[in-house]
Design a binder for this molecule. Structure first.
Ligand code: PAF
Length: 284
C-alpha cells in the first residue's frame, strides 16, 4: 500500500493503474476509520481493481463552534485499517495542498442543501461538495463510495455528479449499526457508555416509525409525535429535528407515500448525531 501526500503522486499512481486496464474505486473519508468505512472499502475492493482512500479532515465543512479541532485524527491506526482492508493508495493531503490560497470557487447544490442538516449547519454541504469535487478531479475514480448514514450528503453528492456531468458512478452503501442499533460514526467516540445507551434510542425511534408504517399509519405528524416520545425517554437527548421528506427533493411530506426518508438529528451533550431510514412504498 502506498501513502501519497501530493496530487502529482496520486495522479501518477492512478494513471499507472488505469493504463493496466484497472477500474479505480475511491472512498473519501475524514479518517478515524471504523467498521462503517471498512464496509465502504470492502465494497470498493469487490467492485474495483485499484482502491484509493483519502483521509482529510476538511475544514470548510465545519461551522464555527463545531468539532473541527477535536475531530479524531488517528492516522497510524487508519493506515493499518486501510492496509488490512486491501487498499492500494491512501491519499493524505495537508490543508495547504487542498486549499493553497483563499478559496474563491465553490460547488453548491441548491435546494437539497437547504433542508434537514442544511438548516442547522449553514455552509456545511457547500464544503462537502467542494472538497468532493476537488477529490474527484484529483483521483478521477470510476466509482466513489459513500454511506447511507449521511443520507443527505449521499443524495447531494449524487446530484452534483449528475448535474455537473462528472464521469463517475456514486455507490451508496447501507448504514452499519452496532448490535444495539446505534449507527456507527466517528463521532460516537465522543460519547460516554451511558450516552451511547441513550443514543441507541435514535434508531429505536426510527424502528417505531417503520412499525407504524407497516401497520398502515402514514400521517407524518402522528409518527413524529411517537418518535419524540421515544427520544424523550433519555433526558440527555436534545432533538434538533425529526423530518419526514421525499427521498428525491427532501421536501417535507404530510403523508408517507413513495420513497420517503425519515431523518433524525439529536445532540447528546456536545455531540451531534444523525440517523435515518428509507421507507419505500412505491413498489407496494
Ligand atoms: O463523510 C465524510 O466523511 C465527509 O463529509 C467527506 C465525504 C469525506 C468529505 O469531507
Amino acid at each position: 500500500m502506498e501513502v501519497a501526500k501530493t496530487i502529482v503522486s496520486v495522479r501518477g499512481l492512478v494513471k499507472a493503474a488505469r493504463s493496466k486496464g484497472k477500474r479505480i474505486g475511491f472512498v473519501p473519508t475524514m479518517g478515524a476509520l471504523h467498521i462503517g468505512h471498512i464496509s465502504l472499502i470492502k465494497a470498493a475492493v469487490e467492485k474495483c481493481d485499484f482502491v484509493i482512500v483519502s483521509i482529510f479532515v476538511n475544514p470548510v465543512q465545519f461551522g464555527t463552534g463545531e468539532d473541527f479541532e477535536k475531530y479524531p485524527r488517528p492516522l497510524e491506526a487508519d493506515l493499518g485499517i486501510c492496509k488490512k482492508a486491501g487498499v492500494d493508495v491512501v491519499f493524505t493531503p495537508v490543508r495547504e495542498l487542498m486549499y493553497p490560497s483563499q478559496n474563491l470557487t465553490w460547488v453548491n447544490v441548491e435546494k437539497l442543501t437547504e433542508q434537514l442538516c442544511g438548516r442547522f449547519r449553514p455552509g456545511h454541504f457547500r464544503g462537502v461538495t467542494t472538497i468532493c469535487a476537488k477529490l474527484f478531479n484529483i483521483v478521477a475514480p470510476d466509482i466513489a463510495f459513500f454511506g447511507w448514514k449521511d443520507a443527505q450528503q449521499a443524495i447531494v453528492i449524487k446530484r452534483m455528479v449528475a448535474d455537473l456531468n462528472m464521469p463517475l458512478e456514486i455507490v451508496i452503501c447501507p448504514t452499519v449499526r452496532r448490535p444495539d442499533g446505534l449507527a456507527v460514526s466517528s463521532r460516537n467516540k465522543y460519547l460516554t457508555a451511558e450516552q451511547k445507551k441513550d443514543a441507541a434510542l435514535v434508531y429505536k425511534s426510527l424502528q417505531k416509525c417503520r412499525e407504524m408504517v407497516d401497520v398502515g399509519i402514514t400521517d407524518s405528524r402522528t409518527i413524529i409525535t411517537e418518535m419524540r416520545k421515544i427520544l424523550s425517554r433519555a433526558s440527555s437527548i436534545e432533538i434538533e429535528y425529526i423530518s419526514i421528506v421525499d427521498a428525491e427533493m427532501l421536501q417535507e411530506v404530510e403523508y408517507i407515500a413513495g420513497r420517503i426518508l425519515i431523518a433524525v438529528a439529536v445532540r447528546i451533550g456536545s455531540t451531534r448525531l444523525i440517523d435515518n431510514i428509507l421507507v419505500d412504498l412505491s413498489k407496494q
